[in-house]
Design a binder for this molecule. Structure first.
Ligand SMILES: [Zn+2]
Length: 351
């Protein structure tokens, strides 16, 4: 994988993903497919907290939602002729390329252990992964990718062989389709915008990616200043999980998620040097693909934020609430609205 000599980012990453001027990250070949560049602990902590609050394991839901999203994604990046050649000759180069892509996204140190694909029952791919970013999501990704490669339905099993090291096997099988039909994909607003990040002269990606370390051997991305792990992933599969939970449990999942994110932010996770002023907050959100910060105002003790093209809006509501409480050292009461054109308004007032 070639590395940009100016910012140090793998060139494939900034070629295949576009950071648009409207605060979004999209697939270059499929601009309706949003991506986020997010702190890994944010995903892990929020899911853990939601599991605790609802008293259920989310593993099956995460695997299924991620499987479906990955199937669509890999299907869109593999041209039809590649699939034909692959099925006529060898699957190994395509599977290998997908593991390299996984390392580029920061999913972990992933490699092929064994594979057998002949286009029938008994086909499987066995991967080894050290330090997976989020094991159930990784399992879903592997299953979805295998379904595109093999052209059939697949299942997954995993085993922790030593601390932090897993063997993950995906194999031809059938799985219940009912859940897949319910996990519907969200479409996002995409208004034009003015949140352009300064571009790297070498690769055209955001220049600020120079603040991050891309360790392709370890399959890890981290912020150099803090060592914090980052990952590139799609937001839609997580939204589908949350919507499904809400339907299943009939509980206040939005409130739960906002609370989980508020607690996460209040633990002081984000460095204050990343969000010292409004411009930096705008860039902070745009680099992560969370949307375009259009307005932020503070009057009569109330903080008001307007964001265009948001994704994972409940996390953003929790983020604004958490920042308010951190900055003003007092508890806040949050109100929010997601308009039909996709705009998100968040207002926090002192409790
Ligand atoms: Zn560059």
């Amino acid at each position: 994988m070639k590395i940009c000599s100016v910012c140090g980012t793998p060139k494939g990453l900034t070629k295949n993903q576009r950071w648009l001027d409207n605060g979004t990250i999209v697939e270059a070949k499929n601009p309706s497919h949003r991506m986020i560049f997010i702190e890994n602990d944010n995903i892990l902590d929020v899911f853990k907290l939601v599991e605790e609050l609802v008293g259920l394991s989310l593993e099956k839901l995460v695997i299924e939602s991620q499987r479906k999203a990955t199937y669509n994604y890999v299907d869109s990046i593999l041209p039809g002729f590649v699939k034909k050649i692959m099925r006529a000759t060898s699957y190994r180069p395509v599977v290998r390329n997908l593991t390299v892509l996984g390392r580029t996204f920061g999913l972990g140190d992933v490699g092929i252990l064994d594979m057998h694909i002949k286009g029938g029952e008994g086909d499987y791919v066995k991967l080894g992964i050290r330090n997976p970013f989020f094991l159930p999501a990784f399992c879903g990704m592997v299953t979805g990718a295998m379904e595109v490669v093999s052209g059939t339905d697949c299942s997954i099993s995993y085993e922790e062989k030593s601390p932090g090291y897993y063997e993950v096997t995906t194999f031809v099988s059938t799985h219940p389709k009912e859940l897949a039909e319910r996990l519907q994909r969200r479409t996002y607003a995409s208004k034009p915008g003015d949140a352009a990040l300064k571009k790297c002269a070498g690769c055209g990606g955001p220049a600020v990616l120079a603040d991050y370390d891309f360790d392709l051997d370890a399959g890890m991305i981290s912020r150099k200043a803090s060592g914090r792990r980052m990952v590139l992933d799609g937001p839609a599969e997580f939204e589908a999980i949350l919507e499904e939970l809400e339907r299943e449990l009939g509980e206040d999942i939005p409130g739960t998620l906002i609370e989980a994110q508020r607690r996460f932010v209040k633990r002081g996770f984000y460095d204050t040097d990343e969000v010292e002023d409004i411009g930096m907050f705008r860039d902070h959100l745009a680099l992560r693909g969370f949307g375009n910060l259009k307005e932020i105002s503070f009057a009569d003790g109330r903080l008001r934020v307007l964001l265009e093209n948001p994704c994972l809006h409940l996390l953003l509501v929790g983020l604004v609430l958490g920042f308010f409480e951190l900055v003003f050292s007092r508890e806040g009461h949050v109100e929010w609205e997601l308009a039909s054109d996709g705009d998100l308004t968040v207002e926090v007032s002192p409790r």
